[in-house]
Design a protein around this ligand. Structure first.
Ligand code: SF4
Length: 285
């Protein structure tokens, strides 16, 4: 009989729970509430919030709402200024760990360190972080990337909160070999580290991994990458409807993990659907 194992740490993290609670509470206490950008990177949760009267706007010029919630990934300093100049009430749901990374970026830049950020240049969290420091900051997506800086530069290294610890370690070692003065702050958040650790462990012990979460979610995408790196057949899905019967043919053990922005109800739907697929298949086999 096929076994389903769920990663010890998966699903909603502290920052996401907090942002959703803030949004729901704000909607109870205010009229015309919207988030600036999706509050978290999970389309199903964003649709759920819409049904609760909390929309999501991307263009500040189109704001007609009276209360705007700042998403968990934070926003750029420019957008913050623009929002301040609009006649709206601002509610900040930026995750405190995202804020902490911004503070370290500012501290290192002020102290004349050449800031290097391990992260995705176009991710809203990185875009926001860069907006609080000068243009000299460098974003590195992969430790193997080439960048040339004078050897006597003081280097400050931080990471997008949802980066992989392995990549961070590799980049740290690479920099240590080249530069004398290095200030490394591991800004990868604890929730990310726990989810990555349990995904890695689980991927070793199952035949296939189902990784659940927004295709636009950096931390979920990272979990899928980690499972693949462990040489486990891996599928990244957003909802149970994407599961395919053939994935479970001749499979004894399925591992399930979910990103920090994946709601519990989607994880449960996926489990139920896998059980159903196996039962149906069993009848026909
Ligand atoms: S993954 Fe970490 S940094 Fe991102 S929202 Fe969750 S707790 Fe905050």
């Amino acid at each position: 009989m096929m076994k389903i194992k769920v990663a010890q740490h998966s699903g909603f993290c502290f920052g996401v729970k907090r942002a959703i609670q803030i949004a729901l509470k704000t909607a109870q206490q205010n009229k015309k509430v919207a988030t600036f950008g999706p509050i978290i990177h999970n389309p199903q949760m964003v649709s759920y919030l819409k049904k609760q009267g909390i929309g999501s706007i991307d263009d500040i010029d189109e704001i007609t709402d009276e209360t705007i919630i700042i998403r968990s990934h934070g926003i750029t300093s420019d957008d913050y200024e623009k929002l301040l100049n609009k006649n709206v009430k601002l509610v900040d749901a930026t995750c405190p760990f995202v804020k902490l990374a911004q503070e370290y970026a500012q501290k290192l830049t002020k102290e004349d360190f050449q800031l290097i950020v391990l992260g995705e240049e176009n991710h809203p969290e990185v875009e926001a972080l860069l907006s609080y420091v000068d243009d000299s900051a460098i974003v590195v997506e992969n430790p193997g990337e080439h960048f040339d800086l004078p050897k006597d530069k003081k280097i400050g290294l931080i990471a997008q909160t949802t980066q992989s610890e392995d990549k961070f370690e590799k980049l740290s070692v690479k920099l240590l070999r080249k530069y004398k003065e290095l200030y490394i702050v591991n800004t990868i958040c604890h929730a990310t580290l726990l989810r990555q650790g349990s995904t890695k462990e689980l991927a070793h012990n199952v035949d296939i991994m189902i990784v659940i979460g927004g295709k636009n979610s950096a931390n979920t995408t990272r979990l899928a990458e980690i499972a693949k790196t462990e040489k486990c057949i891996t599928f990244h899905i957003e909802t149970a409807e994407e599961l395919k019967d053939e994935w479970f043919k001749n499979i004894d053990t399925v591992g399930i993990t979910a990103g920090a922005s994946t709601p519990e109800w989607i994880i449960n739907d996926v489990k139920k659907r896998i059980v159903k697929i196996k039962k149906i298949k069993g009848k026909h086999n």
